[in-house]
Design a protein around this ligand. Structure first.
Ligand SMILES: Cc1cc2nc3c(=O)[nH]c(=O)nc-3n(C[C@H](O)[C@H](O)[C@H](O)COP(=O)(O)O)c2cc1C
Length: 164
């Protein structure tokens, strides 16, 4: 089954997770880039990003080319911002029709808790049943055994029965 990992990353942790998963699963990646970049340092980083997340903004994305029809599975990966998903993922979900895709969700946070990220993603996606999820704690800047184990278990779950 062909898999696309769609992610946004401000500081590289979600990018690291997406690329690590892509290598393990043989998946393609699509990085979402907002036209107006979020500040990536200091007080402004939390203020602007946090506000944008809480206000459920859908920032304009830089153009990307992807043929969604060729992917049976889509993994959405986001940093946790103010306990929820980062706005670029909201823009992507609003724009693309993911009906009929097998979905899985990845969240990277500083504290290790995804907050309401998965719940909110599922609501946006219109998913009511179970979806595989992976919650990581700053996997690039703070590598840990817990992250390694969670990654391995997630890959195991996704590849079970597919022979990959
Ligand atoms: C605007 C903003 C809000 C954040 N809110 C949270 C939060 O609510 N909970 C948490 O654990 N980490 C929070 N973080 C930390 C990031 O979720 C965490 O460092 C994540 O791994 C960063 O991913 P990235 O490197 O791909 O951008 C926040 C970071 C930013 C920039």
């Amino acid at each position: 089954m062909k898999t696309l990992i769609v992610y946004y990353s401000l500081e590289g942790n979600t990018k690291w997770a997406a690329e690590t998963l892509a290598a393990a699963l043989g998946a393609d990646t699509l990085r979402l880039v907002p036209v107006a970049a979020y500040p990536d340092s200091g007080f402004k980083k939390f203020l602007f990003g946090g506000k944008s997340a809480v206000m459920k903004q859908t920032p304009e994305l830089e153009p990307y080319e992807v043929d969604m029809a060729q992917y049976a599975r889509v993994i959405l990966a986001t940093p946790v911002w103010a306990g929820t998903l980062a706005p670029p993922l909201r823009s992507f979900i609003r724009r693309e029709d993911l009906a009929g895709k097998e979905l899985a969700l990845v969240a990277s946070s500083m504290g290790g808790s995804p907050g309401k990220t998965f719940e909110h993603l599922k609501a946006l996606l219109g998913v009511t049943g179970d979806v595989p999820t992976l919650s990581l704690r700053d996997p690039r800047s703070h590598p840990s055994q817990a992250n390694e184990e969670a990654l391995a278990a997630f890959c195991e779950k996704l590849t079970a029965g597919t022979g990959r």
